[in-house]
Design a protein around this ligand. Structure first.
Ligand code: SAH
Ligand code: SF4
Ligand code: F3S
Length: 466
């Protein structure tokens, strides 16, 4: 056998649920397993390893894991009958929250690993290959996984994600994240900048900085000072070749003056912000332990609009948190009407084990939750449609992501995160091109390509020098 033999080819299937941080984590797990010979596959039948990267945020999200595990058990047994091995791993927030329950309910699972242990995956795979029993790693290790993960592979398209912050110390009444992701942690700025440069060198035109509480970012700067998110954004925006920058998800409490000012300064920072408010009722915001009132949210929105007049907003809403009255619900509808959202997510409250709200009272009956959610969603749908329709006739720059479903059509993203479709050659993928919007649809925009590529926006350094 040649001494330089590369590891035997194996196939890896990763299924991802939940937030964009899970999408980022899945890519990092693929990076860490690549040196062991694992290449991606979409087919469970040919997978030597399957990882379910799970979400615990609402009951429905959690239950998907167990139904998927049931199906994979059959595939694993069929493979075993043929003398083939399939390693089955459960990662993510369900693994963190329900590690023991998973191995009890699904003893055929080989590995259960929490979000802070992904750098240890190769070692876990080795242990599973040696021993018969399951490996469970759901502690919060002392070492920083980011120091131990390999460098990110080149992004698969022009849009890349970069986790800069993890965890949460806010303990909203309804939320599992502080328990599944642990305490708030910010990556050092130099580490973030190095990763951003690599992503841009690998072809990324747009980067989204990620964190469960991304605007609470307070990483150690290379200058010895602590950097807030505003400063980090300015430095990332200065990377030559990076055209677009976003960050998600933010908390209204952490929208500081410097971060708001960055929206007015940085042309790379896209005029769209996801800023979850959850409710428009001060009584509910207090019960939710959100640490701000409706008026504080309005003030932040006002300042953002003053700094960046074309900014559009997105948010999250919860219908039927324990104790929510008709008047509280009406206050949420009023806030939505007053602010006006370009897009938003809304959810029926889902009691999560171990969170304060799960044991609080009175719980709102399902039928009432359903009715309130429907009202919120109808209003948000109207606002989104109106926002999309209002774009008709506008000329804007679109980042082309790749061919659309119809032959000869390209898909891209507007600065406001709207999907855009237009006739154009496939070579436009990865470019930023000018288009005129011909129609606004409920969930997307139709456009015509105005020819050529758009000029790259000036870098922050160029703006500083001017
Ligand atoms: N870190 C973000 C949100 C993380 S979870 C923030 O602070 O806003 C994404 C969204 O899921 C939340 O904004 C909330 O609207 C929703 N969510 C979280 N827990 C929920 C629960 N128990 N029931 C219903 N929706 C929930
Ligand atoms: Fe959850 Fe609240 Fe933390 Fe957001 S801020 S992750 S909703 S606890
Ligand atoms: Fe879900 Fe965990 Fe993200 S619970 S939303 S995958 S942080």
């Amino acid at each position: 056998m040649p001494s330089d033999a590369s590891p035997p080819k194996k196939r890896l299937l990763i299924r991802t649920w939940g937030c964009q941080m899970n999408v980022y984590d899945s890519a990092r797990m693929a990076d860490v397993l690549a040196p062991l010979g694992y290449a991606p596959t979409e087919l469970p039948e040919e997978a030597d390893m399957v990882i379910l990267n799970t979400c615990h945020i609402r009951e429905k999200a959690s239950e998907k894991v167990f139904s998927d595990l049931g199906r994979l058990r059959g595939v694993k047994e069929e493979k075993a009958a043929r003398g083939e091995r399939m390693i089955l791993a459960v990662a993510g927030c369900v693994a963190q929250a329900e590690g023991a329950e998973i191995t009890a309910r699904a003893p055929y699972v080989d590995i259960v690993l929490g979000p802070q242990t992904y750098h240890r995956l190769p070692e876990m795979v080795a242990r599973v290959s040696r021993a018969a029993g399951a490996v469970i790693e759901t502690d919060f290790p002392a070492e920083d996984k980011f120091d131990h993960l390999p460098e990110t592979a080149a992004p698969s398209g022009p849009i890349a994600f970069l986790t800069v912050q993890e965890g949460c110390d806010k303990f909203c009444s309804f939320c599992v994240v502080p328990y599944t992701r642990g305490a708030e942690f910010s990556r050092p700025a130099a580490q973030v900048l190095a990763e951003a440069r690599r992503l841009v060198a690998g072809g990324a035109r747009e980067i989204a900085l990620l964190g469960q509480n991304v605007n609470a970012y307070h990483g150690a700067g290379p200058d010895g000072r602590e950097w807030g998110l505003g400063w980090l954004l300015r430095e990332v925006a200065a990377i030559p070749g990076l055209a677009r920058l976003r960050y998600t998800t933010s908390h209204p409490r952490d929208m500081d003056e410097d971060l708001i000012a960055a929206h007015g300064e940085l042309p790379q920072l896209m005029p769209f912000l996801h800023l979850p408010v959850q409710s428009g009722s001060d009584r509910m915001l207090q019960a939710m332990n959100r640490g701000h009132k409706a008026a504080d949210f309005h003030r932040v929105v006002e300042k953002l609009r003053a700094a960046r007049p074309d900014i559009a907003l997105s948010s999250d809403f919860i219908a039927g948190h324990p104790g929510e009255s008709d008047a509280d619900h009406a206050a949420t509808l009023a806030l939505i009407r007053e602010v006006g959202f370009a897009q938003a997510f809304s959810f029926k409250y889902s009691a999560r084990p171990g969170t304060p709200a799960a044991g609080a009272g009175p719980q709102v009956p399902e039928a009432v939750k359903d009715a309130r959610l429907a009202e919120i969603q109808a209003l948000l749908r109207d606002q989104q449609e109106a926002f999309n329709r209002s774009r008709a006739g506008a000329v804007m720059e679109v980042l082309c992501t790749g061919p659309a479903r119809h032959p000869g059509q390209m898909a891209g993203r507007s600065p406001w995160l709207q999907p855009v479709h237009f006739d154009g050659p496939a070579q436009l993928a990865g470019q930023i091109v000018p288009v005129r919007i011909t129609a606004g649809h409920p969930n997307s925009l139709a456009a015509e390509w105005l020819g050529g590529a758009a000029k790259a926006p000036p870098s922050h350094q160029e703006i500083r020098a001017a």
